[in-house]
Design a protein. Sequence first.
Length: 178
Amino acid sequence: MHDHHDHDHQHCRTTALERAERLCGEKGLRLTAQRRMVLDVMLESHAPVTAYEIMDRIAEVAHRPSPISVYRALDFLVANGFVHRIESRNAFLACSAVHQGPGEGDRAPALLFMLCEACGAATEAESVDLAEVLGTLAGRSGFTVASSVLEVKGLCAACRAAGRTTAPSVADQSQEQS
């Protein structure tokens, strides 16, 4: 993962940790040392990480946590909106935004993850308009949308500007080795 030159990541990281601490205090939730450490590790970058990558990073600076303790921390962090699960990568991403509540007509905004295939960065956005379009399309089939999370793959602005392309597939890599 590369760093974006116009992004103050330390400010982003500090703001996310302060928001988690404040919201836990307001809701009477416990941001335990383990939960905070998992969140802090995840805030090292804007790339999704797996539970085992989190364990490896924690092991670099502290006692290696058990998988169950990391998964429990992740469950808490996801349930309280501090972390998102990226289904296609079976990974987790620290939430970098304060999300809107339901919009007009009490429809929750659609959450969109833009996943860079070159550097691995993930950017999140949300849109009530997109939720409306998805609701309309689903309604044509008699389907009612409870929530919507979309994952879009492509290239981030920094990778495009640097002339990067998508990461080679496993098939491409094996052909190069032969």
